[in-house]
Structure formats: C-alpha cells, structure tokens
Design a protein around this ligand. Structure first.
Ligand code: NAP
Length: 296
C-alpha cells in the first residue's frame, strides 16, 4: 500500500450503526405504547432487480421492527388502479411511508403516481413538492431522497468540509444526481453537475474536492481524474463479467476503485458503500414519518 492509499468510507458499518439507532428508537416507541412505524412497498410487475430491492427493503423493515405492507401488483395494472392503491395507502393510518418501486412499466405515468403519494408519506422523497423544497432557499423538504441523503452522511462521516468546496456530481437523474447536487449547494459547496453532454469530463472531475459519481458506467472515472485528497462517493452499481465468480459477474462502481483509492482522501467501496446507506435512510425516513404522524 502506498502512502497515498486513501481511507475507506465504510458504508456498511455506518449503515449498521444507523439501523441500530433506528431499532432502539422503535423499541422505545413500543414501550411507550406508540404504534410500530409502517412502510408500504408497492412493486408493479416482475423486474428481477426491482424484486430484489423490494425484498431487501421488506426484510430490513422486519429486522428493525417496522411493519411492512407489501403490495405486489400485476405488470398490466392500469394507471387508475395503481393510483387507487396509492390513495388507499394514503388513507391507511397504519402506513406511515409509501414506496413505489421504480422504474414502473412503460405504460404507467410515473410522475402522476409519485404526485399521488401524500407528501407526509413520501419516504422516497420523490414527490415534486419535496424536490421543489429541496431546490428552494430557506425551505426544508419533509423527506430527503434516500440515496443522496446517504451520500451526504457518508461525506460527513469522512470529515467533508462542504463550505466553499468544489463539488462535482456526475449524473443529473431525479433520484440521485440532481438531489445530491441540491444537498451539496445547501451545504454551501460550489457544485458542478455533469452529464452525458459534458465536455472535458476528466478535467472537470479533477477540480473536485468532493465527487459523487452516479452515472451507471462501470469504472468510468479513472484514478488520474481524481484530485489528490478528494472525497469520492461512488453510487454506481454495474455488473461486469468475471469468470472467477460463480455467477459469472461482479459488481463494480462508476469509479475505478483500485486506481482512485491511491489518490483520493477517502472513497466508498462498491459493494458496501452507498447501497446499504440507501436502505438505512429509507428506514430513517419511515421512522420520521411515524414520528410526524404521532403529532397529528
Ligand atoms: P440514470 O437515471 O441512468 O442517470 C445517469 C446519469 O448519468 C444521467 O444524468 C446521464 O446523463 C449521466 N451519464 C450517463 N453516461 C454518462 C457519461 N458517459 N458521461 C457523463 N455522464 C453520463 O441513473 P441513476 O438512476 O441516477 O443511477 C446511476 C447509477 O447509480 C446506476 O449505476 C444505478 O444502478 C446506481 N444507483 C445506486 C443506488 C444505490 O443505492 N447504491 C441507488 C440508485 C442508483 P444524461 O442526463 O445526459 O442522460
């Protein structure tokens, strides 16, 4: 290992600590006679990756004492029927959070479905009011989208100095890149958002004290793109062929970890970085929704 070898930002361990706190808070709620928080996960169709994600979320609920309301709906469900499911969940007092697993099948209008979720149950943070508040100065969203929220906690744990830092976000998706950029701006970083039409990407990335990579391109960011000492959060989850594995595949991020770790100040691994944080933040948001419901 060289002198430049960076510190690992251990998302798996940090997420475990957050989950432990959540489990304790839920146990104390129950002792005080308060109800279990409830999370409804709505899965439409049979997309294998979505099935895995939803299963993980339901299992995590069980582990932490959150009541899980699973809805698995047929792939050809109509828009009206799906919106009815959401409306019923909005009205169900046992349900504090509603998560509609994305992407939805092509015939469904995602925007209308997300609009239909009560903002008090929008634990994914994708409702336009929540995103709008995130984008407005002095406003606070009720819920922050889970993946970017997790990225910010990882950066805090790695000792990020946000104020005045040059932050580069690779990707401008609604669920990761854009909200991550907004969160960094809120913390007074100077933020550059890159996307598929960005010119001279390596040079832009070289200016980053803080880098969040969410493009979905296996190991696109090379070690010589990284500013020495930069904090690197790798959101990407990409399967690449690996004949040494039983499955024939291996999961890698958007950053070439082996190269970047020699230069960065600290870096998240894939797997074991952002992934576990996303689920932990979903559980955190569900607990927050239950605490808000207690006040009503
Ligand atoms: P997405 O919706 O496909 O967005 C990808 C973004 O990257 C777009 O803004 C796109 O630009 C940009 N992009 C694509 N190719 C590029 C290139 N060659 N150079 C520069 N920018 C490029 O993806 P997403 O949903 O944000 O997810 C991104 C990655 O994170 C995926 O690997 C996904 O699996 C992973 N992810 C992980 C978690 C987790 O919990 N670990 C959660 C969510 C997502 P345009 O806008 O110009 O098309």
């Amino acid at each position: 290992m060289s002198d430049h070898t960076s510190k690992l930002i251990d998302g798996k361990a940090i997420a475990a600590e957050i989950r432990e706190e959540i489990a304790k808070t839920i146990a104390s709620r129950l002792e005080r006679g308060l109800p279990r928080p409830g999370l409804a996960t709505v899965l439409v169709g049979e997309d294998p990756a979505s099935q895995v994600y939803v299963r993980m979320k339901r299992k995590m609920c069980e582990e932490l004492g959150i009541e899980s309301f699973g809805q698995t709906l047929p792939p050809d469900i109509s828009q009206a029927d799906l919106e009815k499911v959401v409306a019923d969940l909005n009205a169900d007092p046992r349900v504090n959070g509603i998560l509609v697993q994305l992407p939805l099948p092509k015939h469904l209008d995602e925007e209308r479905v997300l609009n239909a979720i009560s903002i008090y149950k929008d634990v994914d943070g994708f409702h336009p009011i929540n995103i709008g508040r995130l984008a407005q100065k002095g406003r606070k969203p009720t819920f922050v989208p889970c993946t970017p929220y997790g990225c910010m906690i990882l950066l805090e744990k790695a000792g990020a100095k946000f104020e005045g830092a040059n932050a580069v976000v690779l990707g401008r998706s609604n669920i990761v890149g854009m909200p991550a950029a907004l969160l960094l701006i809120e913390r007074n970083a100077t933020v550059t958002v890159c996307h598929s039409r960005t010119k001279n990407l390596p040079d832009v990335v070289r200016s980053a004290d803080i880098l969040i990579a969410a493009v979905g391109r296996a190991e696109m960011v090379r070690g010589d793109w990284i500013k020495p000492g930069a904090l690197v959060i790798d959101v990407g989850t990409n399967q690449i062929p690996d004949p040494t594995k039983k499955s024939g595949n291996r999961l890698v991020g958007d950053v070439c970890f082996d190269e970047a770790k020699e230069v960065a100040g600290a870096i998240t691994p894939v797997p074991g970085g952002v992934g576990p944080m996303t689920i932990a933040m979903l559980m955190q948001n569900t607990l927050k929704a239950a605490e808000m419901a207690d006040q009503q």
